[in-house]
Design a binder for this molecule. Structure first.
Ligand SMILES: O=P(O)(O)OC[C@H]1O[C@H](OP(=O)(O)OP(=O)(O)O)[C@H](O)[C@@H]1O
Ligand SMILES: O=c1cc[nH]c(=O)[nH]1
Ligand SMILES: [Mg+2]
Length: 217
C-alpha cells in the first residue's frame, strides 16, 4: 500500500485540522461539518495529482487551448455517518463522480471492550474497472474500512483504489497494510499517536459522527 501524508508542509489544511480537533471550536457542529468538507476539498485536490489525464482541446471565445482532463471514471464511496461531510467535500471537486454509501458501525454484542463491525446498508453503483475512492474521516483500528472494502469487492473489481482518511492511528494503517491489496493508495491528512483502550484515536478529535450529527442512543 502506498501511503501519502498531506499535512507535513504548512498549509491551510493544518488550520482546518486544528479546528476540528479543538474542544473550544469543534462543538459548533456546523463549523465542524464545514471544516470536514473543506478538508475533503483539499484532499481531493491533492489526490487529483495522482489520477490519469487525457489531452483535450477547449474552444474559448478567442481560440483553442490544449489542456488535460481527468480520464478516470471516479466512484466516491463513503462510510456512514461520519463520511458524509467528507464525501461532500470530495464531490465538490469531483463533481461528475458516481456515488456510493455504505453503513458500518461498531457492534458490542457481549461487553464494552469487544466489538465487531456490522455493515448493513449499501447503495453503491457499479465499480468494475473504475477508480474507487473510499472515504471515511477516521482510521482507528481499520476494521470499518476493511469490512466495507470486502463488501464492495463482492460487487466488482475497480481499476484503482484510493482510501482517503483525515486522522489515522498507526494501528489502523498497519491493519490496512495487512488486509488490503498492495496496489491500494492510502491518503492521510494527519497521523496521530495511538489508540486508547476504547480504540479511539489519541489525540484524535473524539467521535466524528457525533460531532457532525449529534449523539446517538
Ligand atoms: O477504524 P475503526 O476502528 O473501524 O473506526 C473508525 C470508524 O469509526 C467512525 O465511525 P463510527 O463507528 O463512530 O460511526 P458513526 O460515523 O456513525 O459515528 C469512523 O467514521 C469510522 O467509520
Ligand atoms: O477516534 C475515533 C475512533 C473511531 N471513531 C471516531 O469517530 N473517532
Ligand atoms: Mg461515531
Amino acid at each position: 500500500m502506498q501511503t501519502h501524508y498531506l499535512s507535513e508542509d504548512n498549509s491551510i489544511l493544518n488550520h482546518f485540522l486544528g479546528q476540528i480537533r479543538n474542544v473550544n471550536v469543534q462543538h459548533d457542529s456546523m463549523r465542524f461539518r464545514r471544516n470536514i468538507e473543506r478538508i475533503g476539498e483539499v484532499m481531493a485536490y491533492e489526490l487529483s495529482k495522482d489520477l490519469h489525464y487525457k489531452n483535450v482541446e477547449i474552444q474559448t471565445p478567442l481560440g483553442i487551448k490544449k489542456t488535460t482532463e481527468i480520464a478516470d471514471q471516479l466512484v466516491l464511496c463513503s462510510i456512514l455517518r461520519a463520511g458524509l461531510p467528507l464525501h461532500l467535500g470530495f464531490l465538490n471537486y469531483f463533481d461528475s463522480a458516481e456515488n456510493g454509501f455504505v453503513s458500518a458501525y461498531r457492534h458490542h454484542p457481549y461487553h464494552d471492550d469487544y466489538f465487531d463491525i456490522l455493515v448493513e446498508y449499501q447503495a453503491v453503483p457499479n465499480i468494475e474497472n473504475k477508480t474507487l475512492l473510499l472515504i471515511d474521516p477516521m482510521l482507528a483500528t481499520g476494521q470499518s474500512i476493511v469490512a466495507v472494502f470486502n463488501k464492495l469487492m463482492e460487487k466488482g473489481i475497480p481499476k484503482e483504489i484510493h482510501i482517503a482518511v483525515i486522522i489515522a492511528a498507526p494501528e489502523g494503517i498497519a491493519y490496512l497494510e495487512k488486509h488490503l491489496p498492495d496496489s491500494c493508495h492510502l491518503w492521510v491528512a494527519t497521523l496521530d499517536e495511538k489508540l486508547n483502550e476504547k480504540k479511539y484515536i489519541v489525540p484524535g478529535l473524539g467521535d466524528a459522527g457525533d460531532l457532525a450529527y449529534g449523539n446517538k442512543l
